[in-house]
Design a protein around this ligand. Structure first.
Ligand SMILES: Cc1cc2nc3c(=O)[nH]c(=O)nc-3n(C[C@H](O)[C@H](O)[C@H](O)COP(=O)(O)OP(=O)(O)OC[C@H]3O[C@@H](n4cnc5c(N)ncnc54)[C@H](O)[C@@H]3O)c2cc1C
Ligand SMILES: NC(=O)c1ccc[n+]([C@@H]2O[C@H](COP(=O)([O-])OP(=O)(O)OC[C@H]3O[C@@H](n4cnc5c(N)ncnc54)[C@H](O)[C@@H]3O)[C@@H](O)[C@H]2O)c1
Length: 510
């Protein structure tokens, strides 16, 4: 695919190749207790759980199990993040007396490595085997489409399947901007199809996906511009996390523009080097004087949102209503049609693998045994693999203060932690938020080396109901990044009545 040119469609289902039995349309439809549509993290987990509960279960997947997560999302992104880290470490090697000369990136080799790791994860997960062992019928016969409230047709074979309950786990895809020339942009699902690392890259959208792509291509040598309509990048995270990652991006030479007033068009253009490129036009933020701006990039990536993949699903035939983004569900994960559930990215609630797993377990139980498990995502740790990493769980400081202005907050900079100093990775911090009595941790927000693992450790403490004093008394192995948790807990105990911990005070050091 030429740079700046989109592949024909946007997601993992599109190159669906029917692999199963020939058409048996004309026979009566196969009958199941539970039919799961979509074999990503949500669908596979739900099918296994339903079968475990004794339901006769089928899983219809348009392409291959693993979904966005394994095939085009988390797994490839993680491998690219590791590639970016290796580039950075090679650059630092001389400081350690290692004579390693930086080589140009062999992008086809990078892509081959990503694909090889995807296959390794597929092999490790062995989902088709696990489904078969559990007695789940895996139907790899193209997309499923409702033809009635209890019946779907499989696009590849025309075969029909009936089920008492249907679990929709169809995931999502990138939302393309409705602007002239939008098809000239690449979507994140297709960055591996780029023929080379772009010299000049524009990423539109600074959510988790956009931020990770920016880090990867900046490390690989692209000159990167990041445009975001929201007033800050990573708008869902704690404001300090957002500010710290923004600052790091700027320090890395990334041109970050937040508060842009819209992207208006893409047009074919020729780059300064005479290559085929894309002219991107946008309205600058008011803070920068507003007005139309236009620049030519080798590649423009739209990372501008992730609606559910509902196209061609025939929801009308089942009577299931949906909105612009996805399929709304009640507390039991049921759509407005009682026997149809929507889980994972399909319901647009919390679009993370860990949320998909939890919803899948709950919906399978509800579908087989009757509605009894209501949704509960109170503790949903998440993070992004940028440079530096960031992560969070629970309430942001702003959310906590809105509930109780006298909640307590303590922030410990990584620069005060010996492990971070030893590794020369001092950028970042851990912020803990607790109730005013310090009985309950309300949130944890980190930026920096191992931020995701640090927040995960705090999540475990939160799940166990550990209070701040207990956390402050935990012993931490020396020298570790997780020691920052003890330092932050001690800073919370020492926080003054205004509720702000002085992390550099005597309590801050590990
Ligand atoms: C670039 C990127 C990086 C990400 N990184 C992370 C991360 O690090 N951590 C994290 O927690 N989350 C991450 N996510 C989010 C995560 O990938 C999703 O939340 C997760 O995959 C949702 O699982 P799901 O099962 O709901 O949907 P999906 O994984 O999208 O699976 C849906 C499946 O349904 C199939 N399908 C769709 N329509 C039909 C149909 N009509 N008939 C049959 N089959 C159909 C598709 O082929 C697909 O296999 C990332 C997302 C992206 C885009
Ligand atoms: N590491 C992770 O856990 C991870 C990684 C990637 C994605 N995800 C999940 O997948 C889902 C999708 O993430 P995403 O980042 O693709 O989408 P998103 O919706 O989270 O972010 C899209 C961003 O694009 C911006 N945007 C929209 N239109 C724009 C325009 N015209 N110009 C400039 N900016 C514009 C939005 O303001 C937003 O910040 C999220 O729920 C996310 O949490 C998770």
């Amino acid at each position: 695919m030429a740079p700046g040119r989109a592949a024909p469609d946007d997601g993992v289902v599109d190159d669906a190749t029917p692999t199963a039995s020939p058409s048996d349309a004309g026979d009566g439809p196969a009958e199941y207790d539970v039919l799961v549509v979509g074999g990503g993290p949500a669908g596979t987990t739900a099918a296994l759980r339903a079968a475990e509960l004794g339901a006769r279960t089928a899983l219809a997947e348009a392409r291959r199990t693993g979904g966005t997560c394994v095939n085009t999302g988390c797994v490839p992104t993680r491998v690219l993040a590791k590639t970016a880290r290796l580039v950075r470490e090679v650059r630092q090697a001389a400081d350690y007396g290692l004579a390693v000369s930086e080589q140009p990136v062999d992008w086809p080799r990078t892509v081959a490595r990503v694909r090889e790791r995807i296959e390794a994860v597929q092999e490790a997960k062995a989902e088709p085997d696990r489904l078969a062992d559990a007695g789940v019928d895996l139907l790899l016969e193209g997309r499923a489409r409702f033809v009635g409230p209890h019946e779907v047709e499989l696009e590849g074979t025309g075969r029909r399947v009936r089920a008492r309950t249907v679990l929709l786990a169809v995931g999502g895809h990138t939302r393309r901007l409705p602007i002239p020339g939008t098809e000239l942009a690449v979507v994140p699902e297709h960055v591996l199809d780029l023929p080379a690392v772009p010299r000049r890259l524009a990423v539109i959208g600074a959510g988790n996906t956009g931020a990770q792509l920016v880090t990867v291509f900046s490390a690989l040598g692209s000159e990167v511009t990041l445009l975001e309509v929201a007033p800050r990048i990573l708008a869902q995270t704690d404001a300090d996390v957002s500010a710290a990652v923004h600052e790091a991006f700027v320090d890395q030479g990334i041109a970050v523009s937040v508060g842009v007033q819209g992207v208006t068009s893409h047009e074919r253009a020729t780059t300064a080097e005479g290559a085929e490129g894309v002219r991107l036009t946008w309205i600058a933020p008011e803070a920068d004087g507003g007005g139309e701006r236009s620049e030519v990039f080798d590649v423009v990536v739209q990372a501008t949102g992730w609606p559910a993949r509902l196209e061609g699903l025939g929801l009308d035939a089942a009577g299931v209503t949906h909105d612009r983004k996805g399929v709304p569900v009640d507390e039991y994960l049921r759509t407005d049609v009682e026997h149809v559930y929507a889980i994972g990215d399909a319901n647009q609630d919390s679009m993370l693998v860990q949320a998909a797993h939890r919803e899948a377990e709950d919906a399978a139980v509800n579908a087989v045994l009757g509605p009894r498990r209501s949704r509960r995502h109170q503790l949903l740790p998440a993070g992004g693999f940028t440079d530096p990493d960031y992560a969070d769980v629970g309430l942001t400081e702003a959310q906590a203060r809105e509930r109780d202005p006298r909640c307590v907050v303590a922030t410990v900079p990584f620069a005060s932690m010996e492990r971070a100093v030893i590794d020369d990775r001092t950028r970042g911090f851990l912020k803990l938020v607790a109730d005013r009595r310090r009985e309950q941790l309300l949130g944890a927000h980190a930026v920096g080396e191992s931020a995701v693992e640090v927040v995960q450790a705090v999540t475990t403490a939160m799940a166990a109901g550990v209070d701040v004093a207990t956390l402050a008394g935990v012993q931490y192995a020396y020298p570790t990044y997780s020691a920052v948790i003890g330092a932050a807990a001690r800073a919370l105990l020492a926080a003054d009545d205004a509720g702000t911990g002085d992390a550099w005070a005597e309590t801050g050091r590990d």
